[in-house]
Ligand binder design. Sequence first.
Ligand SMILES: Cc1ncc(COP(=O)(O)O)c(C=O)c1O
Length: 294
Amino acid sequence: GEVGIQNVDAKLEYMNPTGSFKDRGTAVMMSVAKELGVTEVVEDSSGNAGASVSAYAGRAGIIAHVFAPANAPEAKLQQIKVYGAQTHSIEGPREATTQAAIDYYQQRGLVYASHNLSPYFLEGTKTFAYELAASPAGVPDHVIIPVGNGALFIGAWKGFQELLAAGRIDKTPKMHAIQADGVMPVAAAFAGKRWTLEDSRPTIAGGISVATPPRKQQVLDILSASRGQSIAVDDTSIVWWQKAMASKEGIYCEPTSAAAFAGLQILAEHGHISREDRALVAVTGFGLKDAPPA
Ligand SMILES: Cc1ncc(COP(=O)(O)O)c(C=O)c1O
């Protein structure tokens, strides 16, 4: 109703065990680590991937060192601790957390189980596409995903490609990547604009606050191959959608996830999604993981 499209579905990725889509990737990444005999890993995260690695490491009997920004939401930091990881909280921007994790694993000769770099993580996130293909409604015309480094975005596309090659689906959806306008390397590059780390501004969408995503080119290639769009949204619209989805649909997602709905609105307004199309939004993380909307 709000966006003038008849068929919008929300895929509740927050129903995964630790409350975000990250479990798809972590389940595979940590299973491989265990199979290879790894006993100790290092990870850095805005919170959700860290909580997920902590949980799956605990289950696998692997020691995890999770690096997270000191200003990450308290609920996420607590969640990382509860599953048993050794937490390292790092002051400064998100990039400082990554650097601290890299220094730590290099000095100690540990395995860097980075969800932003591990190919196994994408082997897990591709199950997002498998589930859609197996669902009664099938694959939608449009998939809208909040993108930081693009692990769900790239994994989902990989899944759709495999399904297509296997003859299980006959078309792939347009993949749309939504970012916050404070940290928009992908959306800017898509629009042909210059954007650098110095252009970063704080955003409440912490999960997609990734200024220098190592997989940026892959995301851009998928946008072009799937004929999707990349849109940057502001914090005001993110909060509006977070509240609207909770109060009107009973879907309480974190701000990072609400950004995708704000993006859907712009996609519809700009005519990239037409009234009869079927659009699907990935609701990537649960609302209780972050501070409540003001
Ligand atoms: C809730 C939520 N949504 C989306 C993302 C973006 O995932 P990616 O960086 O893999 O694009 C994150 C990453 O932290 C997240 O926590």
